[in-house]
Design a protein around this ligand. Structure first.
Ligand SMILES: Nc1ncnc2c1ncn2[C@@H]1O[C@H](COP(=O)(O)OP(=O)(O)OP(=O)(O)O)[C@@H](O)[C@H]1O
Ligand SMILES: [Mg+2]
Length: 246
């Protein structure tokens, strides 16, 4: 399998405690993988480690088949983008928020303006270009935050529960738009969520994380079975917990 990111025996210790230990992990080039698990499972810690923002305690990471070494961190980080649950926008306009990463990367002004305009349009926030970020609704702020990541044309996109704070219709509209964008751009994406109903909008591939381990992965319907159609408030890791405690 052609993977953009691979991890082997990757683990993270904090305060003498194991936060996660992942034997094998691969993010297929151009694919979208959902990583689901309950609070405290280690999803964010794994995401930050894969995004090279957290230093692992051990293990190997490969980017496009090449080992990640300390000397490559800065250049590799520039090929990735992260969107968090909190949009973390600067106190300026939507347009400037989206363009900020392009400025840092010294993209020429004209190109930066064109790319910013394109991504505002794709995320349906063109009419908000001059609006200050602190006057946006939650959905508009998250659209801005997604545009700010996508405008960088990253090779890997990390999404850490970006929809968790949005109401249902706002969330669904954004998931629909993002699903179309991801299919179109084929940006390799790791999508962290604790809500399985979000997953089908973006992908059929899922990995389940529980207590710092990836305990299952595969197609959504294989991992969740018929449950996914039957029970609205499914707790997918419930059965695994029972197994682990047995
Ligand atoms: N820097 C740190 N130092 C000590 N413990 C940490 C640190 N970062 C995370 N943890 C612990 O690691 C565990 C996993 O946290 P993490 O935030 O990765 O989980 P998560 O699956 O993203 O949870 P949530 O769904 O609540 O976002 C938690 O018990 C957390 O308290
Ligand atoms: Mg988290």
């Amino acid at each position: 399998m052609n993977c953009v990111l691979e991890a082997r025996n990757l683990h993270l210790l904090r305060g003498g405690r194991e936060i996660f230990a992942v034997e094998n992990f691969g993010l297929v080039k151009g694919g979208v993988l959902a990583l689901i698990g309950p609070n405290g499972a280690g999803k964010t810690s794994l995401l930050l480690t894969l995004a090279l923002l957290e230093r692992p305690s051990g293990g190997t990471l490969l980017f496009s088949g090449e080992k990640v070494t300390p000397g490559r961190l800065i250049s590799l980080r520039r090929r990735m983008a992260v969107v968090f649950q909190e949009p973390l926008l600067l106190d300026t306009t939507v347009e400037k928020n989206i363009a900020v990463g392009l400025k840092i990367r010294k993209v020429p002004d004209k190109e930066a303006r064109q790319r910013t305009a394109l991504w505002m349009e794709r995320l349906d926030i063109g009419h908000l270009a001059l609006r200050r970020a602190r006057h946006l609704s939650g959905g508009e702020a998250q659209r801005t935050s997604l545009a700010r990541a996508l405008v960088l044309e990253p090779e890997v996109l990390f999404l850490d529960e970006p929809f968790a704070a949005l109401d249902f219709p706002t969330r669904n509209a954004l998931l629909n738009d993002l699903g179309a964008i991801l299919r179109d751009t084929e940006v390799s994406t790791l999508f962290v969520t604790h809500d399985y109903t979000e997953i089908p909008f973006l992908t059929a591939n899922v990995a389940v994380m529980f207590k710092g381990r990836i305990i299952k992965s595969g197609l959504l319907r294989e991992v969740f079975g018929a449950e996914i159609q039957r029970r609205e408030n499914l707790v997918p890791w419930g059965a695994e917990q029972a197994e682990l405690n047995a």
